[in-house]
Write a protein that binds this ligand. Structure first.
Ligand SMILES: [Zn+2]
Length: 271
């Protein structure tokens, strides 16, 4: 190689080695996992700018009723477009969410159940009372005029009232065709390879919507939210120990909806 070429090569290598590197990303383009907050909301270099509603609105009409939108389905107050995107669209990644409060470290299961018990036995503050009123109104909508999107729209108020807001921004809820007798399923956050918005995933069975009572559908959502809460707090929510059943009963009592029984929240596997 000519001397001039060698010199150019060396200069280029020197420039490359001193090029600024975005400190938020490692060599593979993934965010370093230095805190729980960052792990929950990894920023993606390929982040899209809010294309969500286009995508949701372009769904074929045959499945659109399973997706909640502000303008259609069963009316529910106090939920925003962005909140619906966070709950429903696995690719949606809001910015500036790193400061969302959560435990500094994961709790043991007993600590997590204890924390939930303490929260549920405390008095309702103003925003919890507001959420409670919204939920009672939604509960009073006749079952035959409720559409599936309502169960997406009530999620944040259920979270506020029952789980101290710990599930907000951390959970994806979708209606799906689950196999077997499953009414619902909750899985832990994925490893981050499939989607930038790495959330705990609650799946609700579409058949359940048609075949089970309104109380059973509400109860199933709350049941799966308890699994999600345990994933947030302990990163392990697969089992149904006796304490899980007790917590289900406490959640049913805290909801206090006429006609919703403990059995609607506690499924067969909890007994
Ligand atoms: Zn379960």
């Amino acid at each position: 190689m000519a001397l001039w070429d060698t010199l150019c090569e060396n200069v280029r290598a020197l420039i490359d080695s001193t090029a600024p590197v975005d400190a938020r990303y490692d060599a593979n383009g993934t965010a370093p996992r230095t805190s729980l907050q960052q792990r929950d909301w990894p920023q993606s270099p390929q982040r899209e700018r809010d294309p969500t509603h286009e995508r949701l609105d372009n769904q074929p009409t045959s499945i659109s009723k399973w997706i909640a939108r502000l303008e259609s389905g069963t009316f529910y107050p106090d939920i925003t477009r962005e909140e619906l995107s966070i709950i429903q669209d696995r690719r949606y990644l809001p910015s500036g969410r790193y400061d969302y409060p959560r435990p500094d470290q994961l709790l043991s299961k007993n600590e997590a159940y204890g924390r939930l018990r303490a929260f549920l036995s405390g008095p309702e503050n103003d925003s919890e009372r507001h959420a409670h009123n919204n939920l009672e109104r939604a509960w009073s909508v006749p079952a035959n005029s409720v559409t599936p999107d309502l169960y997406i729209k009530i999620f944040n108020d259920l979270d506020e009232l029952l789980f101290d807001g710990q599930l907000c921004n951390r959970v994806l809820v979708t209606w799906e065709d689950l196999h077997g007798d499953l009414l619902g399923n909750t899985s832990s956050r994925s490893n981050g390879n499939c989607c930038p918005a790495d959330r705990i995933h609650i799946q609700l069975d579409r058949n359940m919507f048609y075949e089970e009572s309104k109380a059973k559908v509400w109860g199933t959502l709350v049941h799966e939210m308890l699994h999600a809460y345990m994933f947030v707090m302990t990163d392990d929510a697969s089992a149904h120990p006796r304490e899980f059943g007790n917590a289900c009963r406490a959640l049913g009592r805290a909801l206090g909806l006429q006609g919703l029984r403990g059995d609607d929240v506690i499924h067969d596997e909890d007994r």
